[in-house]
Design a protein around this ligand. Structure first.
Ligand code: AMP
Ligand code: MG
Length: 411
């Protein structure tokens, strides 16, 4: 029997989620123009070599090296030009050369490009070169960038603009990718209001829903179909029937709110009654309550309702889970070392992620935490550009100490 009140550290919670949520397996073939950000579903080998022909790396004159080495004073006759896209088609004798430009095909008989800076132009289409010979031939051999048949990309890799450029230059027009998983999001709470649904303003006790817009914006870059299913009241029956409907058409359900132990917090009960509840507490600040389970085999993650907790758990936990769901492999966010401007109080026992601002002073990173870190204060995020990570085993942190920070745009 699993102990549902146990508290899980972030890493443990994440590895459990990843073990229990299946990555999408359905694939499709799409055009290169629409594939940015999608996840490759097969390894890709280069169908051609790049460059596909021997070409010049510089502007200059293509010659036979041996002829020049024999007599560096030799005058060469310029018998034609090879431009990028317009090759020279004749053949070249030992005392002849071909004017050549970057990216142009190297004439068959040439084995070196003399830089144009080293050429002395003589009358009657002749040229000679300065004598300080350098060993560099300024030739790009076939396959010098990518060799035919080698791996350019592996399955599960994200199609970044950089990878796409390589695939395009290899002449690929279509790529196999994983389909976009469908992720449905709800907010829960009787107090929540969507200003688009009702423009009459707030009544006493109501607040506007901050979480759905935040979650949508946080994951806009991921290849998922995010369906916004609106706000659900704190009503068990209504939550239950909406969840069942949503579970049928989703690969993952994400809710926020209603995961604590208050009387109006129904998510934990609903998940246990309708499906399987795996755990519901995190050893994390902010973000203590969090529910995970499944309804009709569709996994469901119930994030805490406080918008700061929702965002922090979405960044640290939901984002890697979504990356995994999309068919890719999440990597931990990069931490930087920063010197702490001011001191921080922290109780041993729970890892904490504080909203903070880092700057570069005299080539060193300094970070200062935004003052009131209460999880209801969204304003603690307003001028923040990172999270300070305080491990669970650490107590108060004194001014000037070195701390780990996670820049928000690294997540
Ligand atoms: P809960 O987890 O439902 O107890 O919510 C914790 C706190 O977060 C309460 O003060 C809620 O009013 C607030 N809250 C929950 N969901 C949202 C939301 N979507 N937008 C803004 N505040 C919320
Ligand atoms: Mg609530």
């Amino acid at each position: 029997m699993q102990n549902h009140s146990q508290r899980l550290d972030l890493e443990e919670a994440l590895s459990r989620l990843i073990a229990k949520i299946k990555s999408i397996t359905k694939t499709e073939i799409i055009g290169l123009a629409e594939c940015g950000g999608r996840i490759l579903s097969e390894d890709i080998r280069a169908p051609i070599s790049l460059p596909p022909f021997r070409s010049s790396a510089m502007d200059g004159y293509s010659i036979k090296r041996e002829a020049y080495l024999k007599n560096p004073q030799q005058e060469f006759e310029v018998i034609g030009s090879s431009y990028a896209g317009k090759p020279f088609s004749g053949s070249m004798g030992v005392d002849q050369c071909v004017r050549i430009f970057t990216g142009a095909v190297l004439p068959d008989d040439a084995d070196m490009v003399m830089l144009q800076e080293r050429a002395e132009i003589l009358p009657e289409s002749r040229v000679k070169f300065s004598e300080n010979f350098e060993n560099e031939d300024h030739i790009r051999e076939v396959g010098n960038d990518i060799e035919k048949g080698t791996y350019v990309a592996k399955s599960k890799q994200k199609l970044t603009p950089y990878l796409l450029a390589s695939l395009a230059s290899l002449g690929l027009t279509q790529v196999p990718v994983f389909e976009r998983p469908v992720v449905s999001i709800f907010s829960t709470g009787d107090e929540l209001k969507d200003p688009e649904d009702d423009k009459s303003g707030l009544r006493l006790g109501e607040i506007y829903d901050a979480n759905r817009p935040a979650l949508q914006a946080l994951f806009r870059d991921l290849p998922i179909d995010l369906i916004d299913l609106g706000i659900l009241p704190d009503d068990k029956e209504e939550i239950r029937s909406s969840m069942l409907k949503a579970a049928q058409k989703s690969d993952l359900l994400v809710t926020s709110g209603g995961v604590s132990v208050g009387e109006a917090d129904h998510m934990v009960d609903i998940i246990s009654e309708m499906g399987k509840l795996d755990f519901w507490r995190l050893n994390l600040k902010p973000g203590k309550p969090l529910a995970f389970g499944s309804i009709n085999n569709t996994p469901i993650i119930g994030l805490p309702g406080n918008p700061v907790s929702t965002i922090v758990t979405a960044l640290l936990l939901l984002r890697p889970v979504l990356t995994h769901l999309c068919g890719s492999v999440p990597s931990p966010p990069i931490r930087l070392k920063a010197s702490l401007d001011g001191e921080l109080s922290h109780q041993i026992g729970r890892a904490e992620y504080m909203r903070a601002h880092f700057t570069l002073k005299n080539k060193e990173i300094w970070v200062s935490s935004n003052q009131d870190q209460s999880s209801n204060r969204l304003s603690s995020f307003l001028d923040s550009n990172c999270l300070i990570e305080i491990p669970k085993g650490e107590g108060n942190v004194s001014a000037g100490s070195t701390v780990d920070i996670i820049p928000l745009n690294f997540i």
